[in-house]
Design a protein around this ligand. Structure first.
Ligand code: PMP
Length: 390
């Protein structure tokens, strides 16, 4: 049965974890893997999450099945965080809980495929390396659009808009809601407005990946672009994740929201989402969503979550500011958002930094800002600046 299977290349970011582990130098720096780290280099469980887990331990009475939509109250509580009060009341927007943002992206792709009509998904380059496999595996055609120039570290907005002129009504544009991964370069609010106008004029369907809300400039600011394009569009998809902003990673916590043309159509969409989820994971895992629900239903815990999220955000912003003041060539880093930025280093320079300095980043030059600390940010910046092209 398995004789015809081909060996698969190992995931380069996971391989990087092994390399970091094997390096015995105390000054080594792991800016490869994409998890938030605190000043001590750890990824601890948030206080509000621990407190919610205690509540669940004491009060949860059953583990009986919830159904393919997962925890409906979780989805209801996340909806206003993503769409604001007005969007939360819009009955054209329906949502289901999914296994993380990955599950939401895949479910969205399956919905696109099930809708027929051969809609294509336009995807910016570069993007998160899992976008193409996750969406493409559903059998949806993908079309690249230029997004970012690594050498000049700018968003190629005019070229992006030019490429989207080729989209047909009903085609989708995948956009990162905030904290673009891997570049950290987001659209400005004016660019979001222009995109929203194009979407409305051309009948394009936005497919927003919102995996880092709260880690760029705050919960509200980070959702502003998403809200603009969703409002402008007749139909839209938003893949949301709580894995970063609640630090839940392995608990696989997220939701897919879909805006339909009418409340009636939204009910049909919802039924299809349930049917599609059943064919993939039957039901999403409960624990992460139950934690988020408990946090958001308990005013003290919600306040603590917002405070903890602000602490993470402040740490990322202060490290970005430190890098930017170190050298004018790193100034752009402070204008970008979220955990990642991309250095215009050659792959050879990236590999050489591992041997010479014990600095581990992705081959693309993407590095996790939160992997740095006040103690090593200058060491990192010095090593990097020496290797930047003139
Ligand atoms: N989208 C982007 C851009 C991401 O970086 C990630 C996580 N690395 C996800 C989606 C998926 O997140 P999750 O762990 O919730 O599946």
């Amino acid at each position: 049965l398995f004789d015809r299977l081909e060996a698969q290349p190992s995931d380069s970011l996971l391989a990087l974890i092994g390399l970091v582990k094997a390096d015995t130098r105390p000054e080594k720096i792991d800016v490869g893997v994409g998890v938030y780290r605190d000043a001590a280099g750890g990824t601890p469980i948030l206080r509000c999450v621990k407190a919610a887990e205690k509540i669940l331990l004491e009060t949860q009475e059953t583990k009986a099945y919830l159904g393919s939509e997962g925890d409906a109250r979780f989805t209801e509580l996340i909806k206003p965080i993503v769409f604001g009060g007005q969007g939360a009341r819009d009955d054209r927007i329906v949502g289901v809980q999914t296994p993380g943002g990955c599950g939401a992206l895949r479910l969205g792709a399956e919905l696109i495929r099930a809708s027929g009509g051969g809609a294509r998904v336009f995807v910016g380059q570069p993007t998160w390396p899992n976008h193409n496999p996750l969406i493409g595996a559903a059998g949806v055609e993908m079309v690249d659009y230029p997004y970012y120039d690594k050498a000049s570290h700018t968003v190629l907005f005019d070229r992006m808009m030019g490429a989207l002129e080729e989209a047909r009504p009903g085609d989708l544009v995948l956009v990162h809601g905030c904290c673009h991964n891997p570049t950290g370069a987001d659209l400005s609010l004016n660019q979001w407005r222009e995109l929203a106008d194009l979407i409305a004029a051309r009948g394009i369907v936005p497919f927003v990946d919102l995996a880092y809300q709260g880690l760029g400039n705050g919960l509200e600011d980070d959702a502003a672009g998403t809200r603009l394009v969703v409002e402008a569009a007749e139909q839209a998809l938003v893949a949301q994740s709580c894995d970063k902003n609640f630090g839940l990673y392995r608990e696989r916590t997220g939701a897919l929201f879909v805006k339909a043309s009418s409340g009636e159509q939204a009910n049909v969409v919802f039924g299809n989402l349930i049917g599609l989820a059943r064919t993939m994971w039957s039901m999403p895992p409960d624990h992460g969503a139950a934690i988020v629900r408990t946090v958001l239903e308990t005013p003290e815990l919600e306040a603590d979550w917002r405070a903890e999220l602000k602490e993470m955000l402040a740490r990322i912003r202060s490290l970005r500011a430190r890098l930017a003041t170190f050298d004018p060539r790193l100034a752009y880093i402070d204008e970008q958002n979220g955990m990642f930025s991309m250095l215009p280093l050659s792959p050879e320079a990236v590999v050489e930094l591992r041997a010479s300095h014990g600095i581990y980043m992705a081959n693309s030059g993407r590095f996790n800002v939160a992997g740095l600390s006040d103690d090593n940010v200058d060491y990192f910046a010095r090593a990097v600046v020496e290797r930047l092209p003139e």
